[in-house]
Design a protein. Structure first.
Length: 264
């Protein structure tokens, strides 16, 4: 596991955007196969998306040959609802870049058969060639996507029931009312994320500090689903000084030293 530590969320977000763009450009230089990218929602990736938009408009990267799959969507929320993840992704990314509409994949939380929708989504990822890179965030309890604590680390795309804690955290997007947050969601599984060639997780702010400590220094456990990244050959956490604050001093020094050595 690699840990990239920046002073603040802005610097971490810029690092992530430039890293993603570099990977898209690297693949485009050696093959005409599409770059398959996993994407997340929430407030954490907004600055990363803003920088990717700037880079597209500046001609520094193109999404014309990118195929994307979003990690989750609420069940029963209309697609045009301002807090649906369909709306979020178009508002903060898709409406401003050159990715073809047919290359955009988001789970359908209004599908008549949600289990069939999940199975088809998982297969579509396989048919696309699997993820080249998956960009995710982490919850305060260490969950990735909607894989709440005690989700199986071998889980795949499925229907999940959201915990009360998650609904309360997301209530800020629904007028402060946890009961307005849908009770279920469709989500890629932990194993779906970890099957990616690379995984980049964003974690900013002191509220994510305990989750990072558990994921980095604790055992690999379904209690903290991000800890599954410990077993990934190319997993990276991009964090700021606030979110890395609870790891041991020697762990912090190690990760800073590794990055410094790699950048010589």
């Amino acid at each position: 596991m690699k840990i990239i530590i920046r002073d603040n969320s802005k610097d971490g977000s810029l690092w992530a955007a430039h890293y993603i763009a570099s990977k898209i450009n690297e693949k485009a230089a050696r093959t005409d196969k599409p770059f398959v990218l996993g994407l997340c929602t929430g407030s954490t990736p907004i600055e990363t998306y803003a920088e990717l938009i700037r880079m597209v408009k500046a001609g520094e990267v193109s999404f014309k040959n990118v195929v994307s799959f979003n990690m989750d969507e609420y069940v029963g929320l209309p697609v045009d609802h301002p807090e649906s993840y369909h709306s979020f992704m178009h508002r903060y990314l898709f409406d401003h870049i050159d990715e073809p509409a047919e290359n955009i994949h988001i789970l359908d939380g209004n599908a008549p058969d949600t289990e069939a929708e999940c199975a088809a989504y998982e297969q579509a990822i396989v048919d696309a060639g699997g993820f080249d890179l998956f960009l995710g965030g982490v919850g305060e309890d260490g969950h990735i996507a909607f894989n709440e604590p005690f989700s199986s680390l071998s889980s795949r795309t499925r229907v999940v029931t959201l915990t009360q804690d998650t609904r309360e955290v997301n209530a800020r997007f629904f007028g402060g009312n946890p009961e307005a947050v849908p009770a279920q969601a469709l989500t890629v599984g932990v194993a779906t994320v970890l099957s990616s060639k690379e995984v980049v997780i964003l974690a900013f702010g002191s509220k994510k500090a305990r989750a990072l400590k558990d994921a980095i220094e604790g055992p690999m456990s379904h209690y903290c689903t991000l800890s599954g990244l410990q077993n990934h050959p190319a997993g990276t956490i991009v964090c700021d000084e606030a979110s890395i604050g609870e790891v041991k001093v020697n762990s912090y020094r190690y990760f800073k030293a590794v990055e410094a050595a790699e950048n010589r």
